[in-house]
Design a protein around this ligand. Structure first.
Ligand code: ADP
Ligand code: MG
Length: 295
């Protein structure tokens, strides 16, 4: 197979995927979202430097760098185009599109009947203040696009709520408010590939309600319960993600909530504590489905 990885220069993940590809006898190259060039018409192609990506077998999306609306839309168009040309895109453009958008993801999870924290989204600070009261005066405010806990804050003071919402409104941000789940300082991350679990970890953080490893959360191996696996499968399916990281939180009564589905999931801490060779599994998966699609 010829594989390309859309990822940043020097990325540990690109390295892992490249080594795994080579070990299994495949070609693997890195491509940069910012340098994709498309042609239409008789010489229709998508170039990553000299190489035409429409001719490769599989493309792994390892990053979605921030950009303007135009840039993000163009990049998504390219992924759709490659997929329609027969390239296996992992995750699918539809999954990437959904999962980068916290509102769309939560809406889809809730629509399939999964338990999600009560969430209210608006653009106007007055409406946000009403929502703040309705959500119990203790909320988590999140950017719609974001990862690794960046820009997420907990607001439980009405004056601070007022100032925060006004500031965000002036910045033309969307106000995404979610009830705060008073968890016990950890969440569960299940890593799923093609509906099957690669494993799970808990991430514990004693100093920040955000349990992300990027926020100094500590990963520990975790044997997922049947219930957690069931939720993880349904959540991945709801956003159409094949390779997915699903985050679950428990409230003090032990009720689980699905917090997010990550369609570009990291696995560095996960691999360190579980020993699961994730890149190898991803490449094996691509071999399997390319083989099936040829037959
Ligand atoms: P990101 O994409 O930045 O990881 P998440 O929605 O997963 O965004 O939130 C980051 C972390 O913040 C979660 O892993 C969890 O620890 C914490 N968190 C998120 N939502 C809530 C919530 N509603 N209540 C309590 N903690 C939350
Ligand atoms: Mg998360």
């Amino acid at each position: 197979m010829q594989i390309a990885v859309l990822g940043n220069e020097g990325s540990w993940y690109v390295d892992q995927l490249t080594v795994a590809s080579h070990r299994r006898g495949h070609g693997c190259q890195r491509a940069d979202f910012r340098r994709l060039m498309s042609r239409t018409g008789p010489q229709s192609a998508v170039f990553a430097e000299e190489d035409d990506l429409t001719r490769i077998d599989a493309l792994i999306v390892r990053t979605m760098p921030p950009g303007s609306l135009e840039q993000v839309v163009y990049r998504m168009d390219v992924l759709h185009r490659l997929q329609s040309q027969g390239v296996t895109v992992l995750n699918s453009p539809r999954a990437v599109e959904t999962a980068v958008d916290k509102f769309l993801t939560t809406a889809k999870l809730a629509a399939t009947g999964l338990p999600t924290p009560r969430t209210i989204v608006c653009e106007c600070s007055e409406q946000a203040l009403t929502a703040f009261a309705e959500l119990g005066g203790d909320v988590v405010v999140k950017p719609i696009f974001g990862s690794e806990g960046r820009g997420i804050l907990r607001v439980s003071d009405p004056d601070l709520a007022h100032r925060t919402f006004r500031t965000l409104e002036r910045l033309q941000a969307v106000l995404y408010l979610q009830e705060y789940i008073p968890h016990a300082g950890f969440d569960v991350r299940v890593l799923l590939l093609d509906g099957a679990p690669l494993g799970a970890v808990t991430r514990r953080n004693a100093t920040d309600f955000r349990t992300n490893v990027a926020r100094q959360g500590i990963a520990e191996p975790h044997e997922p319960t049947d219930g957690e696996l069931e939720f993880a499968r349904r959540a991945a399916q709801a956003v159409d993600a094949c390779f997915a990281g699903i985050d679950l939180l428990y409230d003090p009564a032990g009720n689980p909530f699905v917090i997010e589905v990550n369609a570009v999931p990291g696995w560095r801490a996960f691999q360190k504590v579980t020993g699961v060779p994730v890149a190898e599994r991803v490449i094996e998966y691509l071999e399997r489905i390319r083989h099936e699609s040829v037959r």
